[in-house]
Design a protein around this ligand. Sequence first.
Ligand code: NDP
Length: 291
Amino acid sequence: RHRPVAVLGLGAMGRALAGALLAAGHPTTVWNRSPERSAALAGAGADVAGSAAEAVAAGELVVVCLLDDDVTRRVLERAAPALAGRTVVNLTNGTPAQAHRLAEWVTARGARYVDGGIMAVPFMIGQPGAFVLYSGAEDAFLDWRDTLEAFGDVHWLGADPGRAAVHDLALLAAMYGMFGGFLHATAMVRAAGTPVGRFAPMVTGWLTAMLGELPAMAAAVDSGEHDADGSSLRMQAASFGNLLAACRDLGVDAGLMRPVRDLLDEAVARGHGEEGLSALVGLLHDDVGRP
Ligand code: NDP
C-alpha cells in the first residue's frame, strides 16, 4: 500500500520531509551531498543512496528540497537517466520562471513535474498549521496527494507550474512585511528604554486586530472601491511624518518605514487621499489585468 519514495536534499527541511514520509510508512530512500546528514534517518529506517540517480531509481515519488534552483537542476541532471516514469515534486524555493523551465526539462525526460512551496518551518512539518502549495501536473498531484498530506495541509493551485511559486513568494512578502514592522517597532521601544518582553503582548494584540482588516481590503482590491472607512490615506500620510521624526530622535534607522511614507505621499499626490490603504495596491501594480 505504501509506495516507495525518495528525498533528494537533507538540509533542515529535507530531513523533516523525509522523517514525515518514513513516519507515514513509506519505504524511503534518501540522498544528500554530505552523507553524514543521513545518519539519523538511516537509524529511523531510511535507505541511504550513494547517488542522486540511485535514489531516483528507488522512489516512484521523488521529493526534492535543495538550496536553490541552480543546485536542483545540477542534481537532477546527474539523475536524468533514472527519471522516466517518476513523479518529481520539487519543494525547493524558486521563482515561477524557474518552475516553468524545470517542469519542461523534467517532462521532456518522461517524468511528471509538480512544483511546491512549503509554508512552514522544519519543526512544523506534519504538525497542525503547516501547509504546502502545489501546482503543475494534476494527475501526478492527485496520484500522490495522500502521501503529500504527510507534510501538512495541501493547497492545489492548478496546472501552471509557476502558480505555487507566485503564491509562496507572495506569502513570504507578507511575512517579511509583518516581521519587518515588528522588528522596527521593537527597535523603537527598546531605544525608548522599555523591555521588549513587556511590549510583545501589546504588539501581538494590535497586529491581531489589524489582521481582521485583510478580508475587506482584499475585497476592495478586487472591486476597486477603496473606502477609507474612517482612516483616509490623507490622514495617514499626515501622521506618518511623526513616526519618522520620532525615530530620528530615538536614533532608530527608519529604512524599513520610509518606503511606506513615500507610497502614502505618492497616493495623496495622485488624488487618492480620501481612499483607504487598499488603494496603494494600484500604485504597486497598475491595474492592467483587472476585470
Ligand atoms: P539547508 O541549507 O539546511 O539545506 C540545503 C540543502 O541543499 C542541503 O541538502 C545541501 O547539501 C544542499 N546543497 C547546497 N548546495 C549544494 C550543491 N552545490 N550540491 C548539492 N547539494 C547542495 O536548507 P533547508 O533545508 O532549510 O532549505 C531547503 C529548501 O527549502 C530551500 O529552497 C528553502 O528555501 C526551502 N524552505 C526552507 C524552509 C525552512 O524554514 N528551512 C521553509 C520553507 C522552504 P549539504 O548538506 O551537502 O550542504
